[in-house]
Design a protein around this ligand. Structure first.
Ligand SMILES: Cc1ncc(COP(=O)(O)O)c(C=O)c1O
Length: 397
């Protein structure tokens, strides 16, 4: 079990009801019942670092929130963070600012492919990956992950087949992977990169969870594998998951290739998405400059939660399978031993156990019979949720 001593308090419950929180306030709308403990949307029930709040309050006290411009220190805070935490050196010119990772993925798909082109994804995977492709008239091409000895791996033989099809132009890659929690090893990333180069397929690398890795794991930025940099990659990063500031809509796109950058940038121009959220910029810069000790402490707490969850499932939820995530604050639970179909499972979770988890089938057909649980909450809340599942399972046995 990870050492849980910390100077930061992650144990005290901060009520979020009535704050416009989708996780807490949209429960009835989403699950059809108010009596559900929410363990779904991928944000955290923890306060952002105090320095971030202080800077936001200070900025809010200047009463003009008009059009803003982003200055060099913001870029530098990101460049320094990525170099320090991920050993990747970025040039300022490579960076585009964006109002979020999903819109950035969509704009990159629009910029780097044509209607009808195939975009490869690796399900089970973050649901907006499917929509980003389908809603923009591209084709979803699935390269499903393989389950091996209780963990997920990439099916490289299948991937090569899909990459070899000249109609498939992009790989939309999730690293670390939501929902299966894999932190891809350097060898795996090298193989992906080599194959994509061989078949001239560009890579859109969603690395939003890159700071959230546990134990000995080290996140490797896929684009850092190129010499000197992978020109065929577009990398999406943000402080939003790491520091719990997703409501401030701010993210980065790193595009080392000038031509690809110009194409993506022109889509921002066409849609006039050329400004950023003022408070998002303030929070992001402050988090990168002053949030590191908080993050290290958070990671210990989250790993403690992951251990608690694994132990609980092993000892008290027999039949349910889960693998300890290497990264992200999400756990992918396999309920197939209990429920014949997704509807039965969802009904059980909401109406019997009274917990709000993300239905696995939203992550692709491979997710039938699974559910995703967000463990970025106070340990007591996590245990309360797991105990609800335990009791409900005892009742149906
Ligand atoms: C893999 C992944 N990408 C993107 C997002 C959302 O990014 P944004 O809110 O910046 O659009 C999430 C949120 O859960 C995610 O898990």
């Amino acid at each position: 079990m990870a050492n849980n001593k910390t100077v930061f308090d992650f144990d005290t419950i901060i009520p979020r009801q009535g704050t416009g929180s989708s996780k807490w306030d949209a429960v009835e709308k989403v699950f059809g019942s108010r009596d559900v403990l929410p363990l779904w949307v991928a944000d955290m029930d923890f306060a952002t670092p105090a320095a971030v709040t202080a800077r936001l309050v200070e900025r809010a006290q200047h009463p003009i929130y008009a059009y803003n411009t982003q200055e060099a220190p913001l870029y530098q805070s990101f460049i320094d963070w990525v170099k320090h935490r991920h050993h990747w050196e970025i040039e300022k010119d490579w960076i585009l600012l964006a109002p979020g990772v999903v819109p950035s993925i969509i704009l990159s798909i629009l910029a780097l492919s044509a209607p009808g082109d195939g975009v490869i994804i690796q399900p089970p995977v973050y649901p907006p990956f499917f929509a980003s492709i389908k809603d923009n008239d591209r084709r979803i091409v699935e390269n499903p992950l393989l389950v091996k000895d209780d963990h997920y791996e990439i099916d490289f033989a299948d991937l090569e087949q899909k990459l070899a099809d000249p109609h498939n132009k992009l790989l939309l890659f999730c690293s670390p992977h939501n929902p299966v929690g894999r932190v891809w090893r350097q060898e795996e990333l090298e193989k992906i990169y080599e194959l994509c180069q061989k078949y001239q397929v560009d890579i859109l690398a969603d690395e939003i969870h890159n700071d959230l890795v546990y134990g000995e794991q080290q996140h490797t930025v896929l684009a850092s594998l190129g010499t000197p940099v992978a020109k065929e990659t577009v990398t999406f990063m943000a402080a939003s998951k790491t520091f719990n500031i997703a409501g401030l809509n701010f993210s980065f796109i790193v595009v080392p290739c000038k031509r690809r950058r110009a194409r993506i940038s022109s889509w921002f121009g066409k849609l006039h998405i050329n400004r950023n959220n003022l408070f998002g910029a303030v929070a992001t810069e402050t988090a990168y400059r002053e949030g590191e000790a908080w993050l290290d402490s958070l990671l210990q707490y989250l790993e403690g939660n992951a251990d608690t969850l694994i132990e609980f499932v092993r000892n008290r939820l027999p039949g349910i399978k889960v693998v300890k995530p290497e990264g992200t604050f999400l756990a992918w639970l396999d309920f197939r031993a209990y429920f014949a179909n997704a509807k039965e499972l969802e009904n059980f979770l909401v109406h019997k156990a009274r917990v709000g988890l993300n239905p696995g089938r939203n992550f692709g057909s491979q997710g039938e019979g699974f559910a995703r649980l967000n463990f970025a909450t106070q340990r007591s809340v996590l245990l309360a949720g797991l105990t609800r599942i335990e009791k409900a399972l005892q009742e149906i046995k």
